[in-house]
Design a binder for this molecule. Structure first.
Ligand code: CMC
Length: 388
């Protein structure tokens, strides 16, 4: 009684009002606070974009300096968080470790519970953006059995992340500028995407007014799934399994027969093309110039070409999405597939937080509590054990 609509997967339900990100899926448009993603990828930096998403406007020079300083000086994590990470099995998935570590942060900063205090909110936001790369890098080195490398606050956000991942001696780590730029662009492309599955998870959990660490941990859980951020890891595994271009025909037939999905294809919103995938192709060229071409690229290009001409994919408006090429770049940058979604999560953190902040300051927002259509039994009498 009183049920308005049945909309599994929220295909046609707006759960909030938001001024953070605009998408026109038919036209292939993505804008953060009104700025086209193409221009931001070309001219901005990840920390500047994070500021834009969170504050609503681009920073001036002194605002950007203060913001960068704020993020830089929150990069360290409590030693006991390191101990927590060290307790994981050697083969623990880094997304599982990230999810656990971020939720554990709520116990290190119990004052984060006060979500109505603006200064307190901003402090937790800075901590989260700053600490995500540190936790991600610790999880990566844990899997390799290597000692964790502490943050170097003289480096930029991306350089510091690369140093924590790949530094192998006492000498200062120097990353290739072109690789730093490519990773920065990838973080920008992933920074927000309006009401995707993980943002919806952050909003839904955040609507209970829990602290932002707990809310973001739920977002990380949602992102981990293969239909969402986990797709980038699955694309690489799929390309490896296909192995050579000769096997693409059989693989496509399998997809059309419903055996499996073509990972990295399709999108709930983009039914023409994913503007991020276009920019990523360019970033891939820049990276391959430094690292040499990833041999799987040939299979990916051929797979894309065949799929884009095939009636099955054309009819369903399935195009490459952001995850189709990002994995090839990450692999060329020496990341193992299980780290790919961690990179997505680091990039997405400002978007999750911008939406969480918007939610906590929105007087119209209520606790998320959808309706259901009940399909079970109605009232019946309890049956004693002997009579069942
Ligand atoms: N391969 C083969 N068939 C597909 C694919 C695919 N990748 N994606 C959708 N379809 C088919 C689907 O089987 C359905 O066919 P039919 O009408 O015959 O039943 C039709 O296309 C419509 O698909 P849908 O599942 O109703 O679409 P959706 O909007 O619910 O799902 C999606 C969107 C992204 C979950 C889906 O396209 C998918 O699973 N893609 C593969 C995973 C992937 O690449 N995910 C990354 C998404 S982009 C970034 C992110 O969120 O992380």
């Amino acid at each position: 009684p009183g049920l308005a609509t049945y909309d599994p997967g929220f295909v046609n339900t707006a759960s909030c009002r938001s001024s953070v990100t605009y998408i026109d899926g038919d036209a292939g448009i993505l804008e953060y606070r009104g700025y086209p993603i193409e221009q931001l990828a070309e001219s901005s930096t990840f920390l500047e974009v994070a500021y834009l998403l969170l504050q609503g406007e681009l920073p001036n020079a002194s605002e950007l300096e203060a913001w960068t300083h704020e993020i830089t000086y929150h990069t360290f994590v409590h030693e006991n968080l390191k101990t927590l990470l060290q307790g994981f099995r050697y083969d623990a998935h880094p997304m599982g470790m990230l999810m656990a570590a971020v939720s554990a942060l709520s116990t290190f900063y119990p004052e984060a519970n006060d979500v109505k205090d603006a200064d307190n909110r901003d402090l937790q936001i800075a901590r989260l953006i700053a600490k995500m790369p540190t936790i991600g890098a610790f999880a990566f080195r844990h899997g390799k059995g290597q000692p964790y490398v502490y943050p170097d606050n003289e480096l930029s956000y991306v350089e510091n992340f690369l140093a924590m991942l790949f530094k192998m001696s006492e000498r200062k780590y120097v990353a290739d500028e072109r690789l730093v730029k490519a990773l920065d662009v990838l973080f920008i492309l992933h920074a927000d995407h309006e009401q995707n599955c993980s943002a919806n998870a952050v909003r839904s959990v955040g609507s209970s007014q829990v602290d932002p660490y707990s809310a973001l941990a739920s977002g990380i859980g949602a992102l981990y799934g293969p239909l969402h951020g986990g797709a980038n890891e699955q694309v690489l595994k799929m390309l490896r399994r296909i192995g050579t271009t000769d096997n693409i025909g059989d693989f496509i037939e399998g997809v059309k027969g419903g055996k499996e999905k073509l990972m990295g294809f399709g999108h709930r919103v983009y039914k023409n093309y994913d503007p991020r995938a276009k920019i990523i192709k360019k970033a891939a060229d820049d990276v391959f110039e430094v690292t040499g071409v990833n041999p799987l690229l040939k299979i990916a290009l051929e797979l894309e070409k065949i799929a884009l001409e095939d009636e099955y994919f054309v009819k369903r408006k399935l195009y490459p999405n952001v995850d189709f090429y990002s994995g090839l770049i990450y692999e060329a940058l020496s990341f193992p597939p299980e780290m790919f979604t961690v990179l997505f999560a680091i990039g997405r953190t400002p978007g999750w937080l911008a939406q969480w902040k918007e939610l906590t300051t929105d007087s119209e927002q209520k606790i998320a509590r959808p309706k259901q259509i009940y399909t079970g039994h109605r009232t019946r009498d309890f049956v004693p054990m002997a009579q069942r």
